[in-house]
Design a protein around this ligand. Sequence first.
Ligand SMILES: Cc1cc2nc3c(=O)[nH]c(=O)nc-3n(C[C@H](O)[C@H](O)[C@H](O)COP(=O)(O)OP(=O)(O)OC[C@H]3O[C@@H](n4cnc5c(N)ncnc54)[C@H](O)[C@@H]3O)c2cc1C
Length: 329
Amino acid sequence: MLAVAIQENTPPWIAGLHEIQDLEVREDVLLAPMGSFRIGGPADVLVSPSSPEAVASLQEFVLREALPLTVLGGGTNVLIGDLGIRGVVVDLSGGFNFLHEEELDDKTVCWHVGSGCGTGRIVRRSVTKGLVGAHVLAGVPGSMGGALIMNAGGHEGEIGDVVHRVQVAQAGTLHWLNQEECGFSYRNSMFARDAIVLSAELHLQKSVNDALRETVSHAQKRRKSTQPLQKPNAGSIFKNPEGAYAGQLIEESGCKGWTEGQAQVSPLHANFIVNLGGATAAQVLTLVERVRQEVASKHGVTLKMEVKLLGDFGPELNVLKGELVNAGK
Ligand SMILES: Cc1cc2nc3c(=O)[nH]c(=O)nc-3n(C[C@H](O)[C@H](O)[C@H](O)COP(=O)(O)OP(=O)(O)OC[C@H]3O[C@@H](n4cnc5c(N)ncnc54)[C@H](O)[C@@H]3O)c2cc1C
């Protein structure tokens, strides 16, 4: 019945997870390799569901057992604590990595995209098929699920603009939310805190000329020349405050190049922190706070986090983590 032999000393809650259908369960999995920062301790348990029903059952289980649950997408906009993530971490990159196409009329196509689908695949397919809308993810790494949660995008627009509806699992129930209910705004959405985004329907327009390929290539080139892509990082650390650019404020405050251990404010783009090799989450978080304080004192602006802080940073830094998360809401 169970695909995996369960050891005698396995805690009962982990043994219980093994009984959920369509759910692969792995214990004590190091998360650093799963995020673009290459930082972070282990997950107690990493699970990979392969059906919406498995996700719903998982939610019922963690509710019953009062276990914390965290979803990790492509890990490109997160800083994971050095002590890892307690409870259950969900990875949708296996079972929810799909992209199906349906023609709606002579101008519009509907894409059914799983949350585990990578943005690179989405952009490549947009260009090949000449479909406008999801190309706004050009140069934005990660997964469809993360892009929906973050309402990712750039100069060309945001992914929320082309969302028709999104399937979520919440408290063990599966349902669909229309675009309005998703509450998309700048690098934000209004999915419930405990919702797991499973897939989306995107309505894309057939392009009438060859401009799309050019637009995507331009966006990718611009990012290559302005972002420190050679070093591990997690994209923009802070959101742009109303009417200003976080990177510019940080640069004007003199923080470019600041270091804390092996974490450095990128000399190329001040809103990026790079991992020079072996940086810890503690070093990154300490540097984040030094930059925030400096910008507040020089410009009177309190920057809010764009990067999500996940997991356990240790007793002292967990307090700072809590403050930063609350300030970012
Ligand atoms: C070099 C670089 C450049 C970047 N440039 C841009 C840019 O131009 N524009 C932009 O918008 N972003 C940019 N980013 C940030 C990042 O790529 C986006 O925010 C991306 O959409 C995050 O997706 P992800 O799958 O990696 O999500 P993750 O980083 O894994 O997760 C982000 C948040 O979403 C939650 N989450 C993820 N998937 C799900 C799900 N299925 N259900 C529920 N919660 C979920 C996580 O718990 C976390 O809180 C950049 C990042 C890097 C490293």
